[in-house]
Design a binder for this molecule. Sequence first.
Ligand SMILES: [Zn+2]
Length: 315
Amino acid sequence: MDTPSILTTQYSSLTGIRALAKADVHNHLLMGGRRESIRQLTGARLSPFRPVDGTIGELDEWIATQYRPLLKQGAGVFALALKAAFRQAARDGVKVLEASIDAGYGAAFGIPPARVVATLRQVHQETAPEIDFRPELGLNRNLSVRSLLLHIEPYLDFNYFTGIDLYDDETAQPIRNFREIYRFARSLGLRCKAHAGEFGDADSVIEAVEELELDSVQHGIGAAGSIGAMQWLADHRIRLNVCPASNIRLKRCTSYKTHPIRRLFDHGIRVALGSDDVLIFGSGITEQMHRLLKVKVFTPEEMEVICRNGMEENR
Ligand SMILES: [Zn+2]
């Protein structure tokens, strides 16, 4: 009988996986903490997210009715929500955290940009200083370029953010509308990401990469529908920051076993893992790795490649 390798043993339990250095490259920071942690820190009991159709509308509705009233309480809750997110990342063994704060958040809740940045710095340093935190400005696709630029501008003086990420409804407006903003961000040396192919098809992923000159794509699983698109992404070394738990909960696929991450990996695409929103979907990187290994979607050796993809500097 073969003796299991050290690698196999380490990857066979949640404890072993949790201890491995890993990256979370797709994370909406205010929704990065566990519900239980939010309850302990703030006293708020948020109902679980129970999607019926798995639409972005349902997700937005949950945020609006469950979470927004809490966030409305202002800067104190902001700090606690960040604390929950950094705690979760630290417990998950995350060493590289690429995570966004919505650029409109401060304005919406009356928190000045200087306070937003100072709180991010402070909570990061106090809660998980060992994490290489790469903060991003999140852009809501429902907003006009003009209002997004107005939101972003006050944050640029701090020289703190390392990237931008466009999200929410992929059908809200054409991706080319955001070309100007991405060109501007790139001229400042910011890493360029956008959500594409979460609900959209393979063409929408390629279009987003080409129009916005993306370094990586958030989700991008729609690319699995076209061999040509996968080949193109592999040739251009575009990383896909994939979140299986989120995709399953939002009914983009039925299970870890049938998730397109395997197909994307097999076509030579650099895939990495993200948690998306632990607050809503309930699974961190460790749990997702454990599930993918348990149902034999990946071997421990392949999972090492995926972890490395996330840890690498992505430019
Ligand atoms: Zn996302």
